[in-house]
Design a protein around this ligand. Sequence first.
Ligand SMILES: Nc1ncnc2c1ncn2[C@@H]1O[C@H](COP(=O)(O)OP(=O)(O)O)[C@@H](O)[C@H]1O
Ligand SMILES: [Mg+2]
Length: 206
Amino acid sequence: MKLLKKGAEGDIFLTRYENVLAILKTRKKKQYRNQILDNKIRKSRTVRESTILSEVKKFGVRTPLVYQVNHNDCTILMQHIKGNVVRDLTGNKLISACKGIGKITGTLHKNGIMHGDLTTSNFILSNGKIYTIDFGLSQRTTRIEDHAVDLRLFKEILNSAHVSMMKSLWSSFLKGYRSAIGYNRYNQILNHVSVIEGRGRYAQVV
Ligand SMILES: Nc1ncnc2c1ncn2[C@@H]1O[C@H](COP(=O)(O)OP(=O)(O)O)[C@@H](O)[C@H]1O
Ligand SMILES: [Mg+2]
């Protein structure tokens, strides 16, 4: 097993499952958290992630296949998606990937799911198709506020990880999002993003 990424929440390993490459996602115990609470959090995120990874496939959102879930160790063994995370793309590829992420986000929202961690590291471009990963913070919700929070986070990420192309990436994302969610809902959510941003400014002044 090869360590691919050491994360705050857990580690990601490259391994094998029945002779094909696979990813093992682990969630580490946090010593500073109450043990009972910690187990509950790790378990619920593991269950949530594995369930939603499988569920969204029926809306046409591409995700890795889940091979095994271990509820005691809080690990998920899943298909390895060969490709690049969108964060590592540049130029036109990055612009068009953001449109794809917008479309995926709109499809998730239309079906009552918020991703909860919309960053360009949580999408993998593989053979021209975008795969979505990292559903540990996702939620079933149709609330405008929750969907707007997803968009606001993505905008913030563009501002920090891709600042030189921020404007074109954001407008590309919105194009994709609108095409999936429809004009009316799009306007409602975007209005709410402005409300959140207004709150932000207010918070800064005070
Ligand atoms: N199924 C997968 N196929 C290929 N790479 C993956 C897969 N799952 C995770 N990764 C890689 O590991 C990184 C971290 O995984 P992720 O599920 O996003 O965990 P974290 O909660 O640490 O962000 C991803 O950004 C990606 O580079
Ligand atoms: Mg991630």
